[in-house]
Design a protein around this ligand. Structure first.
Ligand code: ACM
Ligand code: ZN
Length: 546
């Protein structure tokens, strides 16, 4: 009788959870699956529910479920290898399963006694579990209530990325893992880790200890935005905080983070910037610049005029040594070599760079940048990896196998796809999550500029209409970028990136014709209870949107 009473109570609660607006049932799933049917019944999950796993050991995937249950509901489920005689259960069905299979497809079928997750790969099972977790009721009830559904699901794009700049501001190993947790929740599969820049070098390289001893530190940091005098020089009135700033990841930290991401089926793509955005490295090893220095790690925002010298052979040996360590830490297919915003002024007057231009019969400094990237590409290819770089690597000619990240609009991506090079779209509008998300700037933390509200992120189509079907195949997907000049804490990283990353996740997962911003917003309102429970400092502008 008590159980029946409880069931009635929980049914009412479940109905409330599933019917937030206009009596219509809403499943709080983000990204929304490609095919969903609700059957109207409910599954009651509690500590007696079993996980049935008949074939391969899927410990990482099962852990993602049990860790969530332990953290937020204070129990874990027992894993058994046969269907139990009584009680309900979660059956993991491994159809045509192969641990080497990279398919992300899964099915999730829930009836009142059985939850069935079927997939042919570990990643598919993981995705099914992430969807299941988003279906859990949040309210404190005797059982976790799960609506009965039939879901068939797979992603639309293969590169669903989020970036984080850990150079301008440093985020701890635990914070980076938390960021990876957010990515996993939304089924992102790439974490682009921006590890080096003018303002800080954040990755331990054993052969060059000064990179972290010197390059990971800056003596102080500009407060607010940089200003310039009438000659274009830094204003004397700019204020600095006077506080030394620093931090880096040891190779052990990096291995731990990469393993953590891998357990959540997220590939970590490291970015080692060259030839520009390299002042922190040059503060440590000025001999690889054109002038020989000395330099200090940048304390201002913006880009330094001092960059790697493209004329000196030693510069290439230095970078090759660094990359030979980097590739051992990151199992990713791609290494990001930056390539953006390289100020080429020093190259114009450097005897070594000019000799290189003459010897290689290059037309100008743009072709010198192309020489630089092509040479680094050859080296990285020899290590069994591919390069990806910002769209400036198109200037002066694209390296033969390079993929392009299109950030200055979509033109670079379009040009690269037409040349049959793979592309990741990250146009500033709407993929830069360091831009404002509200027009009421006074109510927002200082941001770099721009205006990228959540609805513009949601409506983004990564495949430009101008591409024909064959060219469109080169668009691997898109990525949200979180540059941190004005983002000082991890809490602010969350505020800038969540829920815009949820909107991007759905844009990348769901076919364009299935997207619906109004429905997404309704789902997000319910889903935000999960974010509350997780303690995420998400931005709440969507709450006010109709
Ligand atoms: C960039 O935002 N400089 C890639
Ligand atoms: Zn030079």
């Amino acid at each position: 009788m008590k159980r029946l009473f409880l069931a009635i109570i929980t049914l009412f609660q479940a109905a409330a959870f599933a019917q937030p607006a206009a009596g219509k049932k809403v499943l709080p799933l983000i990204p929304y699956p490609s095919e969903v049917k609700m059957t109207g019944d409910l599954f009651f999950l509690n500590s007696n529910t079993k996980i049935v796993l008949m074939q391969e050991n899927l410990s990482k995937e099962i852990s993602s479920l049990n860790e969530h249950l332990k953290k937020y509901y204070n129990f874990e489920l027992q894993v058994i290898s046969n269907i139990p005689n009584d009680g309900n259960y979660i059956l993991i069905l491994q159809k045509g399963f192969d641990t080497k299979n990279t398919s992300e497809e899964y099915e999730l079928n829930v009836n009142n006694n059985q939850i069935q997750i079927s997939a042919s790969s570990e990643h598919g099972v993981f995705n099914g579990i992430q969807t299941l977790i988003q279906l859990f009721s949040i309210e404190k009830t005797a059982d976790i209530i799960i609506p009965c559904v039939n879901i068939k699901d797979k992603p639309n794009y293969q590169w669903r990325g989020m970036h984080l700049d850990c150079s301008r501001h440093f985020f701890s190993k635990e914070e980076v893992k938390k960021y990876i947790d957010h990515l996993a929740m939304y089924k992102f599969n790439v974490f682009h880790w921006h590890l080096t820049d003018d303002q800080g070098w954040r990755i331990e390289i054993k052969k060059y200890p000064l990179l972290t001893e010197v390059g990971s530190k800056r003596k102080e940091t500009l407060i607010g935005k940089p200003t310039f005098d009438k000659n274009g020089q830094p204003s004397k009135t700019d204020k600095y905080d006077g506080k030394p700033y620093g931090g880096f990841y040891t190779q052990e930290d990096i291995k731990e983070i990469v393993a953590y991401a891998t357990s959540k089926h997220i590939t970590v793509v490291p970015e080692i910037e060259m030839p520009g955005h390299s002042l922190a490295a040059l503060a440590a090893y000025p001999q690889y610049s054109c002038t020989g220095g000395p330099f200090e790690t940048f304390t201002r925002w913006g880009v330094s005029d001092d960059v790697y010298c493209a004329g000196k052979e030693e510069t290439f040996h230095f970078l090759e040594d660094i990359l030979s360590e980097v590739v051992t830490l990151f199992p990713s297919e791609y290494i990001h070599i930056g390539g953006d915003e390289c100020v080429k002024e020093r190259w114009k007057t450097c005897a070594n760079c000019q000799k290189r231009i003459a010897d290689e019969k290059l037309k100008d400094v743009n072709e010198l940048q192309s020489y630089f990237i092509t040479r680094m590409e050859k080296y990285i290819n020899s290590l069994g990896k591919k390069i990806i770089g910002w769209d400036e690597i198109l200037e002066g000619g694209l390296a033969p196998n390079a993929a392009v990240m299109s950030w200055r609009g979509t033109e670079g991506g379009i040009a690269a796809a037409k040349q049959k090079h793979f592309v990741v779209m990250t146009p500033g509008k709407p993929c830069y999550f360091d831009h404002y998300q509200s027009k009421n700037k006074a109510a927002e933390p200082l941001a770099i500029g721009g205006f990228n509200p959540i609805d513009s992120v949601y409506s983004y189509n990564p495949t430009p209409k101008i591409l024909n079907a064959d060219e469109a195949k080169f668009i691997m997907g898109a990525q949200g970028n979180v540059w941190t000049e004005y983002i000082l804490t991890f809490s602010q990283v969350e505020y800038m990136s969540v829920p815009r990353m949820a909107a991007l996740a759905e844009t990348l997962w769901l076919e364009q014709n299935k997207k619906n911003f109004k429905e997404f917003s309704e789902r997000l309102k319910i889903h935000s209870k999960l974010l509350d429970r997780k303690g995420v400092n998400y931005a709440k502008h969507f709450m006010a949107k109709k």
